[in-house]
Write a protein that binds this ligand. Structure first.
Ligand SMILES: [Mn+2]
Length: 298
């Protein structure tokens, strides 16, 4: 089964592959490597709308879809507090307002991409956050309901991305198990989960079990090895990942999310899809051998 691959473009900027500065070079590199799409930054107040449209249409002209927009949540990434789980109503509303603008941005594209939401505190409080987990959950569920209801009539899907305890709330919304439970509680058709393999490797059970647990709620995958580098450079069993996704009939994207871009952004982009295609070919080969054996047994 052929899967669909994208690149989270903001991850390439760490090594000079900044799509807002060098759009043609970045998009052509991704398209020529064989990807199906690119995930663009969701910064409606910071990225000029005209420039955003230009990059999106250049991507389309190269045959690239935009399957997802990448929202920024952590202060290190966003440069401000965006906290959907905050008990301070002004802070929570501000984060919801930002997210609604991201939904509008998604809805402005011909095929609206999904957006990802997460719970990230103003400051990390590892090992355990001081705010009780039920409070954080109640606040986050409220935010997710508001965002989901706003996004549904605009044709936008919302994927909850659990973030590991070191970057997110330590003890809240770190795992797929928890994100699935939150999505189930919200109970909206357009709200699901996103599995980032780097976070999942830290916080969840075995990866294949976790993907099956997410099941039909799984909207998107952020692709990296356990070391957050190119798939194949760590110890995740990607052949098993591909076989699991095949058996689930997974039809979403796998968006490359390896940071920082090593050894350089072009090598990362080219080798990652090559490796994944090899895993797909090997999984198909296993299937062919198995069916040949069944035929021989006749
Ligand atoms: Mn991610």
């Amino acid at each position: 089964m052929a899967h669909k691959y994208s690149v989270i473009l903001v991850t390439l900027a760490s090594d000079g592959g900044n799509v807002w500065e060098r759009p043609r070079e970045v998009l052509e590199t991704v398209a020529n490597a064989g990807y199906d799409g690119v995930d663009l930054d969701a910064e409606p107040d910071r990225i000029d709308a005209k420039q955003f449209k230009e990059v999106a249409s250049m991507a389309a002209s190269l045959g690239l879809k935009v399957p997802a927009l990448i929202c920024a949540w952590g202060g290190w990434h966003a440069g401000e507090v965006r906290d959907l789980a905050s008990s301070d109503e002004a802070v929570r509303s501000y984060a919801v307002g930002y997210t609604k603008k991201c939904v509008d941005l998604a809805a402005s594209l011909d095929e609206p991409p999904l957006i990802e939401i997460a719970a990230v505190p103003p400051q990390s409080e590892y090992p355990v956050t001081s705010v009780p987990r039920p409070t954080l959950r109640r606040n986050f569920v409220k935010s997710t309901r508001e965002i989901g209801a706003y996004a549904a009539p605009r044709g936008v899907r919302v994927a909850i991305e659990p973030i590991n305890r070191f970057e997110g709330y330590a003890g809240f919304l770190n795992s797929i198990m928890e994100a699935k439970s939150v999505a189930d509680e919200v109970g909206a058709d357009n709200v699901g989960v996103l599995a980032d393999f780097f976070h999942v490797n830290i916080e969840d059970a075995a990866l294949a079990d976790t993907l099956r647990l997410a099941g039909d709620s799984l909207m998107c995958i952020h692709l990296a090895d356990n070391n957050r580098q190119a798939p194949g450079t760590g110890h995740i069993d990607f052949l098993q990942v591909v076989r699991t996704l095949n058996s689930m009939g997974y039809s979403g994207y796998l968006s490359l999310d390896a940071v920082p871009a090593r050894p350089d952004w072009k090598t990362l982009v080219n080798t990652s899809i090559h490796f994944m295609k090899q895993m797909e070919q090997t999984a198909a080969l296993q299937d062919r051998i198995a069916s040949a054996e069944r035929m021989a047994a006749g």
